[in-house]
Design a protein around this ligand. Sequence first.
Ligand code: 1PW
Length: 212
Amino acid sequence: MLDFPSTLKEVLDTFKLCLSENKEVYLEHYVAGWRGLVKFLNCLGSVFGFISKDAVNKIKILVTHMEGENGSQYVTVQSMVKYELDNELVDLTKRGIHPESGCRTLLRLHRALRWLELFLERLRTSNEDGKTSVMCSESYNESLAQHHPWMVRKAAGMAFCVLPGRPAFFEVMNVGPPEQVVAMLGEALPLISDVYQITEEFYAQHNMLDLP
Ligand code: 1PW
């Protein structure tokens, strides 16, 4: 397993490693990227605890599959989907005997990755007095919120309110001066977007975008 990345730059670099030459998504790097994100979220304060806790659970489930006796099937998103579908290890229409399938677990992180992408893109193009809380909730409402019940949306909204302002946020990212943060984001975002799009298309091809 990879070391925990310590700055957001390292986290984003980890997502760079996710894509194989033939555009498959390596689970090992995907999980490492998420571990780094969780660490970063925890730096933003304890209110993000409830958000990172679910991500930690999802990561654990995936790692259990990857380290289990069928771990060799869990190398890429593509191999995982194929294996779980071929062996009927996924609940396709309602929750049942496979509440912790790799496919439904990864789908949750995948949806959250879209949130991250939208949020970082807003952050990248914002000006000095941009409000991170607004950027965060707009991104959330456009993406992940559509999959969350009212209670979770409410709690998320409360967490966003106490996000640090743009300058302090840039500092937590631990990358360097603001121009450098913006440049780094410009470099990293297309890669996150690639990972997201490839996963999205693969799930769509297999009719798995609504797994319960
Ligand atoms: C500042 C940048 C923020 C980007 C990090 C994104 C973290 C995403 C975690 C959101 C979790 C919210 C609370 C948990 C809700 C779960 O019910 C939900 N999980 C997710 C990841 O959406 C659905 O999982 P479930 O209940 O179907 O197992």
